[in-house]
Design a protein around this ligand. Structure first.
Ligand code: SF4
Ligand code: SF4
Length: 309
């Protein structure tokens, strides 16, 4: 990549979880690392991150993800008036029996939405309101190159913000290292994290299974991509489980302006590769796995072609 060229962003996405999206992302990243497309990986499926299970990253840098606020009562300053308990609409203030017949009040960090109402309601200023640590993000090395990934704490909010942060860190890393592409494992669905991962990418590859609900999921994701003016392509995974539905999905994809990136068949080879903690393109041992790896490579080459159009 020339020095001032912006890296392309490929987002691999699906209408729901469990379509093989992450397995294909890992397969592409291994192919990219072997070819002429130096890439940085970004796991933006922050609510259920699992790209690390396949690519076994070595963490080189870890940072806190800070977002929003959480209320914390200072017990020594609290005069136990109960105003915070009465005002909190999220039931986050806990009341329990204290000494000398007085109730005591604490705040459940998992239930606190950080609205700040209790902070203003407290007559003696006994509630702190620090920025909340909602998770961590990591910069790691993998067999396929550098990877940016994250972990959201239990009950952590703002996954859309964390997706944006992971994307930005991956883009910065690509710029620093001269990588030509960022390959993003996107979140499932069409909610806030997907919107945060979709805006401005070079291409959204929708991985879908040949079912009626798969067609519906694909249509929703393609509509979202169109809304953000993002070019889209479709890959049908496990296409041979229902060839008629595969054809219907491909026709629907083309009617909605998406390109066809190809098909990958159903095979236990994917599951066996997953169990071994490998991408299909790095552990093609059985004939089944070799065929799968070849199919994934066909899809990858088409996707690269779409990105260069
Ligand atoms: S910040 Fe809002 S949600 Fe949290 S305890 Fe106070 S009132 Fe309840
Ligand atoms: S409003 Fe303030 S003083 Fe009253 S119970 Fe809550 S923390 Fe204590």
């Amino acid at each position: 990549m020339s020095e001032n060229q912006t890296p392309k962003e490929l987002l691999v996405i699906s209408g729901k979880g469990g379509t093989g999206k992450t397995s294909l992302t890992a397969a592409f990243s291994i192919l990219a690392s072997r070819g002429d497309t130096k890439s940085v990986l970004a796991d933006c499926d922050v609510d259920a991150a699992d790209l690390h299970l396949i690519l076994s990253p070595t963490i080189n840098k870890q940072e806190k993800f800070l977002a929003g606020h959480e209320a914390v009562i200072r017990p020594d300053d609290c005069v136990k008036c109960g105003a915070c308990y009465a005002r909190c609409r999220f039931g986050a203030v806990r009341k329990s029996a204290g000494g000398a017949g007085q109730a005591s009040f604490t705040i459940d960090p998992l239930a606190c939405e950080g609205c700040g109402v209790c902070v203003h309601a407290c007559p003696v200023g006994a509630i702190d309101f620090p920025v909340a640590e909602c998770g961590q993000w990591f910069l790691s090395s993998t067999s396929a190159g550098t990877m940016v990934h994250a972990r959201l704490n239990a009950g952590g909010e703002n996954s859309g913000k964390l997706v944006s942060l992971v994307r930005k860190q991956a883009a910065d890393e690509a710029g620093r290292s001269g990588a030509a592409m960022v390959i993003i494992d996107g979140p499932p669905g069409v909610g806030c994290p997907v919107i945060a991962s979709l805006g401005g990418v070079s291409l959204a590859l929708v991985v879908i299974e040949p079912t009626v609900s798969g067609a519906h999921d694909m249509a929703r994701v393609l509509d979202l991509a169109k809304h953000f003016s993002v070019p889209a392509a479709v890959c049908v995974n496990k296409w041979d489980l229902n060839s008629g539905q595969t054809e219907a999905i491909e026709a629907l994809a083309e009617a909605r302006g998406a390109k066809l990136a190809g098909r990958v068949r159903y095979s236990r080879g994917f599951t066996e590769a997953l169990r071994a903690g490998k991408a299909i393109t790095e552990c093609a041992q059985t004939d089944e796995q070799k065929e799968l790896a070849a199919e994934a490579e066909v899809v990858w080459n088409r996707v690269k072609g779409f990105l260069n159009e």
